[in-house]
Design a protein around this ligand. Sequence first.
Ligand code: NAD
Length: 493
Amino acid sequence: MALAELEPLNVDEEYRLLIGGEWVAAESGTYEIVNPNTTQVIGHAPEASISQVNDAAAAAKAALPGWRDTPMAERCAMIGRAADLLEQKLGGLVGLVQGETGATINVSESIQIPSCADRFRHYETPVNVDDPIEPYPVAENPLGPGGLSCAHVIRQPVGVVACITSYNFPLVNMSGKIAPALAMGNTLVIKPAPQDPLAVIKMGEIIEEAGFPPGVINIITGSGAVAGAALVESRDVNMISFTGSSAVGAKIMQSGGSTMKRLLMELGGKGACVLTDDCNVDGAVGAIASVWGFHSGQICTAPTRVIVHRSRYDELVDKLTAVAGLLKLGDPLDRETIVGPVITELHRDRVEHFIASGVADGATLLCGGRRPDLPGYFVEPTLLADCTSDMRVVQREIFGPVVVVLAHDDDDHAVELANDSDYGLFSYVFAGTTARAFEVGKRIESGNVGLNSMAPHIHAPFGGFKMSGVGRDRGVYGLHAYSEIQALSWMSS
Ligand code: NAD
């Protein structure tokens, strides 16, 4: 067992909120942050009062004119400086982010930290976000002399953006919002998830050193839904950029409606993974096993809903069962560990409940499903076969290390099963040729489809169909997401 050596965490360290450029203590005290592996308290997060949430929104509003009028090149240069600082300093946060998320040391070091600086790096170069529009001649008419009708269409920042994120990748999810929103000229109130906000606060300290003016970035934390709900209600907030469950997303859409909030909603997923009769099963097995090994399935884009051609069914489930048996579950600090804990006791119970419901509904439990004899919140890699589309385990997002398998008869049937879902975030097709995967993939109702591959293109638009979200980010789409379109028009004689 090769345990990673990390600096011990100081459980008494004081974490503060950032409001209008000042780091302040929370008015409602603090709450405990628990390590999902040890179940020990590793720190205390600030519990913001409602008036502090409102102060943060007001500070962001006050900072907006100055930041909006700062040339994009200067804004992007500051984002580049933030990327430099994150690359230099974020390594010091591996222990903290690992401790509060429970992610394995390999996932913490290779994803939780470096992807965060990358998200800033992507927006360090200014780009033209204005949309070209052709002038057109207008003949003289009773209402005017005619001439050349011209318009210039520009993108303005939306204003104050509240960024509310999920617990699974606290730094990455938040930096994916901060960087494009700031590049576009918005000011921010960021609110990380209650379970693991500490590294985000520390990331805020690092980003601040890049020189962002006071009030451009504000940080609020809290143990429940109160702080997020207050941001959604606030008249000072123009847009909610949300990453989280579809259920909370729907609530936000409802309560944000009265103040006409602009929305970017990055919600739940139940990724279909179609295997055609001529596919390379081994390639698909590696991708599907990532549901178990990659942060214990706590990933919205995971290929959890496997739809395999009947002729390859036995081969697939045999290989998946064999792989599941090889995955080491246990201490996330052990470099050989592949499967760490899920985030909380409550979530572990929820995942177990889903597995039991699958068996009760007629699925065959091929492996996993038991609670390991460990103090943390572990779920074994679980494989449920003989599933049908009407089962809860097939329809609902489990967000744990659980794979369900269904059989299909041909490509049409596979597409029908893939689309029999409320979700449509990231799906996958494994076929004998990329051309066949392409033909099947474009029929799947899903914002993204991986073809014989799990790897997304970093600049491709990311977002969901159906209950998986509204809007797109990444690349230039991220800048569009955080902008309002304005048309300035005139008649040239
Ligand atoms: P969650 O919906 O429980 O919480 C997300 C955030 O919403 C948290 O910060 C929470 O405090 C806040 N919140 C809760 N109630 C609120 C309210 N009424 N008003 C405003 N904010 C409120 O999600 P979670 O359990 O943290 O994360 C798991 C979910 O996130 C899964 O469904 C997963 O698929 C999804 N997710 C989606 C993406 C994506 O890009 N589409 C990425 C990561 C995670």
